[in-house]
Design a binder for this molecule. Structure first.
Ligand code: PLP
Length: 393
């Protein structure tokens, strides 16, 4: 009825498959490996409650007032100093802006950088929230094959030479949807290919802290040449997604443009939550909290891998995660993940078929499983059901 009113932009953008499928799988009998929900253990509820009361007493009406677009200074200081410590960089407070989750940063990047038809290099498969955000700006996606240790370098060279992309969007740590981590060597090779190109490199890193072995993060790509690098981070997976707090770190000229775009979008992110989060961060041991999450996710991931090994029929491949929240399953050649989805839902188990993570792929035999939001018993039962559905394909 409203078709003639809606913009071409929105009409050409598909709704998120995940949000749509969550409607199907709301039945509590369904064991869901579909969403990307953190385990509630990652929410430090008691500590946040204390922070809420403390900031209410300490700051009074400031909590309820309009605030700066760039975000709360204390929060920006905490984030930039932690980032510099981890990566050995020397960013200042002028290099960071708080965003409404890193999802908003993706939207703002589209606003700031993308003219209709601009070439954008992505991983194949890529994060569907990014594809959706950039689809709204009519980007032309140029996918590069992803291997178990990162981008396929030959494919990267081919895409860079042929399409001269303006921007590249990568998730080098525990990628969504595949869960893979780029090796150190792969990161260096990527940098060699792109360093002299006119290319903005966006590295989206909501999962980098969730490394099961607890080792420090691998250097991000081009860590020593930061001008054309944009780094996105988020508190969603290490404190709480509900507060919707993420951040972007970049050259201050880029931050200035993003600030203008953000003014037009929402003036500023929720300041109440920024006060609470900053208070939490200054009064608690974040690294200790992250370690707790790592330990939990490590055992949930091991359980899922153990069950896939035990129950899946021969010929089904999957990634063995070393961090993050997902594993990526590849069915046999010719098998359809969408067909499996229907069979699996009948057996009361759900996942995300690979389709929405690709551009223009019709027959897809891959799927994403999330292990962080189900108990080990549920993981075992769910994988058993999924194995049965695969056998019936
Ligand atoms: C790769 C990636 N980027 C961004 C986001 C959005 O996260 P946020 O909650 O910070 O908006 C997600 C969420 O799952 C993600 O997987």
């Amino acid at each position: 009825m409203f078709k003639k009113f809606f913009s071409n932009r929105i009409q050409n953008t598909p709704p998120s498959f995940i949000r749509e499928s969550l409607k199907v799988i709301q039945n509590p009998e369904i064991i869901s490996f579909a969403g990307g929900l953190p385990n509630p253990i990652s929410f430090p509820q008691e500590e946040l409650k204390i922070s809420m009361n403390r900031v209410a007493d300490k700051y009074g009406d400031k909590l309820y007032q309009y605030s700066q677009t760039l975000g709360l200074k204390e929060l920006r200081e905490f984030v930039i100093s932690r980032f510099n410590k981890i990566h050995g960089t020397a960013f200042s407070i002028d290099n960071i802006m708080i965003t409404t989750g890193s999802q908003q940063a993706l939207d703002l990047l589209g606003k700031v950088f993308i003219n209709e038809g601009d070439n954008v290099l992505i991983e194949k498969p890529s994060y569907l929230g990014f594809l959706q955000a950039f689809c709204l700006y009519s980007a032309n996606f140029c996918p590069v094959k992803l291997n178990n240790d990162g981008l396929d370098i030959e494919d990267l060279k081919r895409v860079v030479n042929r399409h001269k992309p303006k921007l590249a969007y990568l998730i080098p740590n525990f990628q969504n949807p595949t869960g893979i981590m780029y090796s150190e060597e792969n990161r260096k090779e990527i940098f060699e290919v792109i360093k002299d190109e006119d290319l903005i490199l966006v590295q989206d890193d909501p999962y980098g802290d969730l490394r099961f072995d607890g080792k420090s993060a691998l250097a991000y790509i081009g860590v020593n040449q930061t001008d054309k690098n944009i780094y996105l981070g988020s508190f969603s997976k290490i404190v709480t997604p509900g507060m919707r707090i993420g951040y972007v770190i970049a050259h201050n000229d880029i931050i200035r443009m993003l600030e203008t775009a953000k003014q037009a979008s929402d003036l500023h992110s929720n300041i109440f939550c920024q006060y609470i989060l900053a208070d939490y961060l200054y009064n608690n041991d974040l690294e200790k909290h992250i370690n707790k999450i790592r330990g939990l996710y490590k055992s949930q991931a091991s359980k899922m891998v153990e069950c896939m090994e035990k129950y899946f029929p021969d010929g089904i491949k999957y990634t063995v995660p070393s961090g993050g929240m997902f594993t990526w399953v590849t069915l046999k050649e010719g098998q359809s993940a969408l067909e499996l989805f229907d069979k699996a839902v009948e057996k009361k188990v759900a996942f995300i078929p690979g389709n929405p993570f690709y551009i223009n792929e019709k027959s897809v035999n891959t799927l994403r499983l999330n292990y962080t939001n189900a108990s080990e018993e549920k993981i075992e039962e769910g994988i058993k059901r999924l194995a049965q559905a695969i056998l019936e394909l």
